[in-house]
Design a protein around this ligand. Structure first.
Ligand SMILES: [Zn+2]
Length: 182
């Protein structure tokens, strides 16, 4: 016997959270419930709106305070001939800590038909025009070691016929020997 049917707005909120990677159905329900009953929903919306309006670096897609280039892309010390494509901003710091000397491009996700994330959602056009205008000697596709991550790396490789690229799991990129030594 069914006593409780969640309101339509609550179900839509659950569905929205469920679209996020790594949340899952139960996690989405907990987040929706917290947002509706325990948080200041307006403050949350304001924060979300401000975050969504942040510009991205024109070169690497990192979120930046002001439109233009991020400090990483503006750093002349970094090796512009080595470009690593990563899936998430969370991977950036471990990569820099590993001594990786090159530049990065952040996709902010991987292709996923199930979550309706296609090439346009990942702004791959920007990426393709960057590597065509300034082809790096070494293009490393260090995406998540999942079916979706591998499919994304494969899609990028196939879309760059003239560009030699090398796919490797992100964890492997962290262990690459660096050319620079103190
Ligand atoms: Zn940048």
């Amino acid at each position: 016997m069914k006593y409780y049917q969640p309101a339509a707005a609550f179900r839509r909120l659950c569905d929205a959270f469920d679209q996020m990677p790594g949340i899952g159905e139960q996690g989405a329900k907990r987040m929706a419930e917290w947002l509706m009953y325990q948080s200041d929903a307006q403050a949350f919306l304001d924060t979300l709106e401000q975050a969504a309006a942040m510009p991205l670096c024109q070169c690497c897609n990192l979120v930046v305070e002001d439109a233009g280039h991020c400090p990483l892309c503006s750093d002349p010390e970094r090796d512009a001939q080595t470009l690593a494509v990563i899936a998430e901003t969370a991977q950036l710091q471990p990569l820099l800590d590993s001594g990786f000397p090159g530049q990065v491009y952040v996709l902010h996700g991987v292709l996923s038909p199930a979550r309706r994330i296609g090439p346009s959602a990942l702004r791959l056009e920007n990426f393709f025009s960057r590597v065509q205008q300034q082809p790096p000697e070494q293009l490393l596709l260090a995406l998540t070691d999942t079916v979706e991550g591998r499919a994304t790396a494969d899609y990028i490789s196939r879309s760059l016929p003239a560009q030699r690229s090398h796919s490797l799991p992100f964890t492997e990129l962290l262990t690459l020997p660096t050319t620079e030594s103190e």
